[in-house]
Design a binder for this molecule. Structure first.
Ligand code: PLP
Length: 392
């Protein structure tokens, strides 16, 4: 006898966000065989020392069961040494660090650890689309604070209002920012810190692009500003720094009391990150400063392939200060961003992602390209892009 399908509905929270537009655009790119400049992950392998480290870990054996839930002690020690060196103070691997499945898990664990249903959380806009879903999953309401082009500065009064008038408990800061490539200056971070102090608010930062900055810009962790250590939960990952997005290794760095709260969520979300991959990734954490300088240099080179091509194509982009994305202005094409991205994937063989997915206000004239691709892939994308004016 035929079974009646269930009339039960999925949870309301699931209905409040849609599938990632980036992943959908990636699917369209795949369907048309287009160069995928939508989803930001490298098309090249990680450095050889990481592959070798992974082979050595596998050859040695013994790391195939659950690691310590907070992260393998050896990994946390190596991570604490790296961060301590960068920030000039000792970071306690046992009380301040939690290893997660990427910054993706770090962010949701941090938000769930500090936000109650009904709380408000301020988010700079444009924003990385995961933050909207993170907020919804935590039951919180997002309050968007605009970053204004071309320098993507914020109005301190608007930020203050998010706390004073809307009662935000925390602020989400992506630094360097996806999608706009902003690297917050010390002065801007000081303004944010003062406002957090004024309203006894917290910050959750996403610093996955910390080692990819351009033109002498340096990334400053908000947590390192005076009196911020107990207000800032720093999330980051190894995905972009070592070109290992598939290894799913990230972490939360926070003071012991926030670490305790994050660990409770993390334990039940995922138990922990992959043990053998943590052991192998120690080789990355032990790299000297020159590794990170070289990483930024490599991305600068890739940026210089794509940026002029966009300008020649008549869709100029603002120069980013960090991360590996470009927001191009497609006003001259007369198309909306969704239509343009589909046209690009189908007819030109290069696939960006609609900019509107990163803004809470209507923006139809921007599309985002990423340039985490081999030089030859980017040269081919540039060649195709230069054909655009003839195709319109
Ligand atoms: C701003 C930002 N945060 C987090 C992530 C995901 O990082 P992870 O691989 O560490 O989960 C991305 C990936 O594109 C990103 O752009």
């Amino acid at each position: 006898m035929a079974q009646e399908p269930s009339r039960r509905q999925s949870a309301q929270r699931v209905g409040r966000f849609t599938e990632s537009v980036i992943r959908e655009q990636s699917r369209i790119a795949l369907e048309h065989g287009a160069i995928n400049l939508a989803q930001g992950f490298p098309d090249f392998d990680p450095p050889a020392f990481l592959i070798e480290a992974l082979q050595a870990v596998l050859a040695k054996g013994g790391n195939h069961q659950y690691a310590n839930t907070w992260g393998a002690p050896e990994f946390r020690l190596a991570l604490s040494r790296k961060i301590s060196r960068e920030v000039g103070r000792m970071v306690d691997p046992d009380r301040e660090l939690t290893v997660t499945c990427g910054s993706t898990e770090a962010m949701i664990a941090a938000m769930m650890a500090i936000l109650d249903p009904g709380d408000h959380v301020a988010v700079f806009s444009p924003y990385y689309e995961n933050y909207a879903a993170d907020g919804i999953l935590a039951g919180a309401e997002a309050v968007h604070v605009r970053l204004h082009a071309p320098h993507w500065r914020f109005d301190p009064e608007e930020l203050r209002s998010a706390f004073r008038d809307q009662g935000c408990k925390a602020l989400v800061v992506c630094n360097p920012s996806n999608p706009c490539g902003k690297v917050f200056t010390l002065e801007e971070l000081e303004t944010i810190a003062a406002i957090l102090q004024e309203y006894d608010a917290l910050a959750v930062t996403d610093e996955v692009y910390q080692h990819i900055t351009y033109h002498g810009r340096t990334h400053i962790p908000l947590a390192t500003l005076p009196d911020m250590a107990d207000r800032v939960i720093t999330c980051s990952s190894l995905s972009k720094t070592y070109s290992i997005t598939g290894w799913r290794l990230g972490y939360v760095w926070a003071s012991p009391r926030w670490t305790d709260a994050v660990r409770k969520v993390h334990d039940f979300l995922t138990v922990g990150a992959a043990h053998p991959l943590q052991m192998a990734a120690i080789a990355g954490l032990e790299q000297p400063d020159s590794y990170y300088q070289e990483l930024s240099k490599e991305y600068s080179r890739r940026l210089e392939i794509l940026l002029p091509a966009l300008s020649d194509a008549g869709i100029p982009a603002l120069r980013p200060q960090g991360a590996y994305f470009l927001l191009a202005d497609i006003s001259s094409t007369g198309m909306g961003d969704v239509e343009f991205c589909q046209f690009m994937a189908r007819d030109l063989g290069v696939s960006p992602v609609p900019g509107s997915s990163f803004f809470e206000y209507p923006v139809g004239n921007l599309v985002r390209f990423h340039f985490s691709r081999r030089d030859e892939t980017l040269h081919e994308a540039a060649r195709r892009l230069r054909k655009l004016p003839r195709m319109l």
